[in-house]
Design a protein around this ligand. Structure first.
Ligand code: SF4
Ligand code: SF4
Length: 399
């Protein structure tokens, strides 16, 4: 099977690794050329949380960068009739872009599969792909990437990937089952199901319970989950979402979700910051809030189900992500004048756009005329403005 993973971040690289291991021909599409170079050089490997050595890989896969990479992949002989499967694995905020870009890879029967977080991605993909070819589902595993191709995470006990189709028919079922088989062969247990909306909602509920709120309180899932106020907000949001799901014909029992599904998910991922918390605290980028709590609020309004807590959390996260550049950070002087942060600018990537010079409140950067250098790193207050504004990802701030 010729499988393209479009938008290969942590989850996409993980899929690629297990599909390649199972014997599929995998083609990863990443955003940046340096990520492509790194994965081509070192391959993909996966280490279970808590272990030192990879349990999978390194495995080599073919990698392409950006829209140009997609066009070059589409011109290869093996893609003359399109890919068999294209997984859409970007964050929801990038679905519109990638759904347009993958067009040259689509043949008459190419299956386009979204395993993205939340609700709303399929509605976007539908604008670009025939509904009969769209599949969607969810992944029950956690994965982080420390550097391109170097993955760590854990797989939930039971089914790791659920897949279903937008329209039901013999062809859709056959294709869905063969995609699940390709994943299972590599070691990710996968299932095609007619009841996919239930699985997607269950995964959504896990995200609703902890994802955005961990970002707001700046805690890991396991830490936040012991706080009674945090728990009561989670419970309110989950109850609202279950009421919306019920109105849409998906019935989920609150008691068994809280006593079985959520603890099972927390067991594998509670020691880490959920993805939206990472986006808010570390990457400081636009989050998937409108595909998670925001989606519940939107659907609630449409179906006449009140969702005040989800709506409030969605509005708070939007306010948070709209104001990264103005947020408070401690001053270096709070450590007795000692430098708190290391500032590194990778000259290979710096295009001398001077955004970091403009937005750094501590005047850390100066331009040499060709690139920018961190001339006064000891003044850094760790505000992360530079990381947020650098269009090339050239700056690293570490403690
Ligand atoms: S994190 Fe970046 S922008 Fe903020 S003070 Fe340090 S160097 Fe300047
Ligand atoms: S923002 Fe990034 S690319 Fe622009 S000057 Fe600073 S380091 Fe270079």
């Amino acid at each position: 099977m010729r499988i393209v993973i479009a938008g290969a971040g942590a989850m996409g690289q993980m899929l690629g690794l297990f599909l390649q291991k199972g014997g599929s021909d995998v083609f990863l599409v990443v955003r940046r050329a340096e990520v492509k170079d790194k994965i081509e050089k070192t391959g993909l490997s996966f280490t279970k949380y808590g272990e030192d050595k990879p349990s999978e890989g390194p495995l080599n896969v073919k990698v392409y960068a950006g829209e140009e990479g997609i066009r070059s992949l589409a011109s290869e002989k093996e893609m003359s009739r399109g890919a068999d499967v294209v997984f859409v694995m970007t964050k929801g905020t990038d679905t519109e872009r990638i759904a347009g870009e993958i067009k040259p890879l689509l043949g008459r029967d190419t299956a386009v599969v979204s395993l993205q977080n939340g609700l709303g991605n399929v509605d976007i993909i539908r604008k670009y792909v025939s509904e009969d070819n769209i599949f969607y589902g969810c992944m029950n595993l956690s994965c982080t990437v420390s550097e391109p191709g170097v993955l760590s995470g854990s797989l939930f006990d039971g089914v790791n990937v659920y897949i279903g189709s937008c329209t039901r028919g013999r062809r859709q079922e056959k294709t869905g089952r063969s995609i699940a088989e390709a994943l299972s062969k590599g070691g990710l247990s996968a299932e095609y199901t007619d009841d996919i909306d239930r699985e997607v909602w269950l995964k959504l509920l896990v995200n609703i319970a902890v994802n955005a709120t961990c970002g707001l309180v700046r805690l890991r899932g396991g830490e936040a989950g012991t706080d009674p106020d945090f728990i009561s907000v989670s419970v309110d949001m989950v109850k609202e979402a279950i009421a919306v799901a019920a109105k849409m014909g998906v019935n989920i029992d609150f008691g068994s979700f809280m006593s079985e599904t959520l603890p099972r998910a927390s067991k594998t991922s509670g020691a880490h910051y959920p993805s939206m918390a990472q986006d808010m605290m570390m990457r400081r980028v636009r989050t998937e809030i409108d595909f998670i709590n925001g989606a519940v609020a939107r659907l609630g309004e449409k179906m006449g189900v009140p969702t005040p807590v989800n709506s409030t959390v969605a509005r708070l996260v939007r306010a948070y992500q709209n104001n990264y550049l103005k947020q408070y950070y401690p001053k270096a002087s709070s450590s007795g004048g000692k430098p708190v942060f290391d500032v590194t600018v990778e000259p290979k990537y710096c295009k001398n756009c001077l955004y970091c010079v403009k937005y750094c409140p501590a005047k850390v950067f100066e331009s040499t005329g060709r690139v920018v250098e961190a001339m006064n790193p000891s003044s850094c207050v760790g505000c992360m403005n530079c990381v947020a504004v650098c269009p090339e990802g050239a700056i690293t701030i570490s403690k």
